[in-house]
Design a protein around this ligand. Structure first.
Ligand code: CO
Length: 134
């Protein structure tokens, strides 16, 4: 059911310095910061030949990234994003297998303008999973 790895997301305590590191030390193609108020994050996408890296930084007062950074002050791997053809079919199948969808279960529009959902990390070996319909 799942397709390609769309991106790996890393929560960072300093967005500019993380972007500089990917740009200068790692020589990657680094995008511009984008505010995603619906998700409580500012993101920077880094394009790699086979996938993307999403740098995440808290935006606003109720950002889900704030508590993550309190537990992981130097930053850390936050989620993996897999592509699916039909997010509703994928969600309904996963719910049948016992997986929990975060929030109200309805897809939100993600950073690429496409529908996304998040699956509970406790149901996926401690890894927060994002599904993106492509
Ligand atoms: Co993501």
């Amino acid at each position: 059911m799942i397709g390609r790895l769309n991106h790996l997301a890393i929560a960072v305590p300093d967005l500019e310095s993380a972007a500089d590191q990917y740009r200068n030390a790692l020589g990657a193609k680094v995008g511009e910061p984008q505010d995603e108020p619906d998700h409580g994050v500012t993101v920077i996408f880094i394009e790699l030949p086979n996938t993307k890296i999403e740098l995440l930084y808290p935006l606003g007062e109720n950002s889900p990234i704030t508590s993550f950074l309190e537990k992981n002050p130097s930053g850390g791997m936050h989620h993996v994003c897999y592509e699916v053809d039909d997010i509703i079919v994928a969600r309904d199948h996963l719910v049948q297998t016992g997986a929990r969808v975060l929030g109200n279960g309805a897809p939100k529009i993600g950073a690429h303008g496409k529908p996304v959902l998040f699956l509970h990390p406790k149901d996926f070996n401690g890894c927060l999973v994002e599904l993106e319909q492509v």
